[in-house]
Design a protein around this ligand. Sequence first.
Ligand code: AMP
Length: 281
Amino acid sequence: MLILERNSELKIHLDRIRAESRQIGFIPTMGALHAGHISLINESKKQGLFTVCSIFVNPTQFNDKKDLEHYPRTPDQDIEMLRQSGCDALFMPSTEEIYPKEDTRIFNFGELETLLEGSHRPGHFNGVAKVVSILFDKVQPNVAFFGSKDYQQVMVIQALVKQLNLPIKIVPCSIIREPDGLAMSSRNKRLNKEEREAAKLIPLLLNESKVLFKAQKPISEIKAFIASKLAQKTIYKLEYFEICGSDDLHILTNKNEVKEGIALIACFVGKIRLIDNLILD
Ligand code: AMP
């Protein structure tokens, strides 16, 4: 596996790949890799693409500086996992390579920025759009793979590609979970034993909300039920639980408003903020 730190090295190698008429698959990450990330690499490999993964902890998407400081970093382990996955190239740029000067661009994603993650993490998606547009420009992939764990992020990236008119196919991939249902996340590494045990309630509640939704329970009742379960222990602090239309994430008040609903949650377990979602049908 090639390990590249400079934009110039990346360009030389990828120009060579393109000259051989090979297609490039790209997986941007912030490292501290787990099986969820590797599933994206596997998807790209399965499609026969020259597979490039990037690891860059993007400062512009953290609205909480403490979260940025404490974000887990495990480069040696990441490199080993990527090698074993058959990833072809790893791009690990410094902040100066990505942001040689301040990026002051302001994107407009309309309603998407005002809902859910958008309203609870001001500026987050603007920072995501900055880094992803820069990485897309450097890698110029044919296909890019993103996890549906960050469901709203996938929609933002799809909007970004449309707005910038980029010839990149965005492939959303399934959420990979631990055996007890907890969605894999780099942030799980920061949970202590008690918090890790408590965190498994999140996927359980999503599953319960699916049962209730399918049984036509009023959405207001489902929301109250989830909130009451999480209010029973002080270790949880619910930021939001919403049931939305899976096509545009508008918040539903009634099941019959859409073909497919999705439940989305953000909840602190101790000091760690976790997000998850589940398609409800
Ligand atoms: P991150 O390193 O957290 O920025 O994530 C990099 C990519 O991996 C994003 O597209 C995430 O949605 C995706 N990802 C993170 N966790 C999972 C998971 N449990 N299953 C599938 N994809 C994931």
